[in-house]
Design a protein around this ligand. Structure first.
Ligand code: GFB
Length: 333
């Protein structure tokens, strides 16, 4: 077990600092006494190698959390395969290679649970990677994430770089994307059920059959896990990060209706894709290292709903219960 490493007074680059994971890392690192480095897309396009190498050579980060990615829910992944593959490949290769060039001490690459085979044995162990076909709706994103993970392994083997990878399960929380077409299921249903409550709609459409099972990790729990791994883990294998519990999409929708206080009905539209039937991670490796998630799902949903109702106001529209769809999309991409 490597000795615990502290980030105090260290130069720590958070790639993707405005996203769901990146903004949670900014919150979590705020109390660590480190020098947090961030860069906007306008200042440095992470898909442009020359720009990334110039910025990294100039800023010389010592630690890197690679949380920048083009992300989205099942529909976005299925609709924009070229962007999901190219953007995520380019971001991963540019930052990982530049980190090696400037001698970054340690880099943590964020993958995703969708890298595992569609019909992997559940819960999914890290060893099942590349043992079966991927889920077609997000194979583009998955292949880019697998490439990033493999690049970290290759740079560790050939150059001795301390580059590690974490594979989080489905995430939700403050700072998420609430756009109804590109978002993941939790923000999508929070928004649809909130607006149904405001408008008095009698029913809300839920995509798919409601039978797929998903595991949901609150993003601030993930941020804590990432700092834990940066401090305590140094190895070639990716490390799964999850809660160890999953629920059906129907149960999720019912939980969100309770949180929002919506009493209408849920209509399941089986013409929309279900995606992978189940994506529960085996978390025994990170448990053995000594980390566990703490936020129960319903509490996390409540905290997220509270955040978007208040932030939605401060980021573009009145935050009161009258805030409309426009407010949510304007406030959240
Ligand atoms: O969160 P989600 O879009 O992504 O969908 P995945 C999860 C499940 O929720 C699917 C259902 O079965 C959806 O059909 N669902 C129900 C909805 N209603 C909705 C809705 O209004 N919006 C959305 N988005 N889903 C993602 C990958 O797969 O998992 C990403 O596409 C990433 O690349 C992420 O890997 C972790 O969980 O199916």
């Amino acid at each position: 077990m490597p000795t615990a490493m502290r980030l105090e007074n260290k130069r720590v680059y958070i790639a993707g600092h405005t996203g769901l994971v990146g903004s949670a890392l900014v919150r979590r690192l705020a109390g660590e006494g480190c020098d947090i480095l961030t860069v906007t897309h306008r200042e440095c396009d992470l898909t442009r190698q020359r720009e990334v190498e110039a910025w990294m050579a100039d800023m010389k980060p010592e630690y890197v959390f690679l949380a920048a990615a083009k992300v989205g829910g099942i529909l976005a992944n299925d609709t924009y395969p070229a962007q999901f593959l190219y953007d995520n490949l380019a971001i991963a290769t540019n930052i990982i290679h530049a980190a090696h060039r400037v001698g970054v001490k340690k880099l943590l690459f964020l993958g995703s649970s969708c890298i595992y085979p569609k019909f992997a044995e559940q819960p999914m162990r890290e060893e099942t990677l590349l043992t079966g076909a991927l889920e077609p709706t997000n194979e583009w994103y998955a292949i880019a994430k697998i490439a990033g993970l493999k690049l970290c392994q290759a740079y560790r083997r050939q150059y001795g770089c301390d580059f590690i990878s974490a594979m989080p399960t489905n995430l939700y929380g403050p700072g998420d994307n609430f756009n109804e077409h590109t978002s993941h299921v939790v923000p999508a249903l929070l928004r649809k059920i909130h607006d149904a409550k405001l408008s008095g709609a009698e029913e809300v459409e839920v995509w798919g059959t409601g039978t797929p099972r998903r595991e949901f990790l609150y993003v601030d729990d993930l941020a804590d896990a990432l700092l834990f791994l940066m401090a305590h883990y140094s190895g070639e294998s990716p490390v799964n990060v999850g809660t160890g519990e999953d629920i059906t999409i129907r149960e999720l929708a019912e939980a969100i209706a309770r949180v929002v206080g919506y009493h209408g009905s849920l209509r399941f539209n089986a013409e929309k894709p279900d995606g992978t039937p189940r994506k529960l991670l085996d978390i025994s490796r990170i448990k053995a290292l000594g980390w566990a998630a703490t936020m129960p799902l319903e509490d996390g949903l409540r905290a997220t709903y509270e955040w978007v109702r208040t932030q939605g106001g401060s980021r573009g529209r009145p935050g009161d219960a009258a805030s409309s769809l426009v407010g949510w999309s304007a406030a959240h991409r």
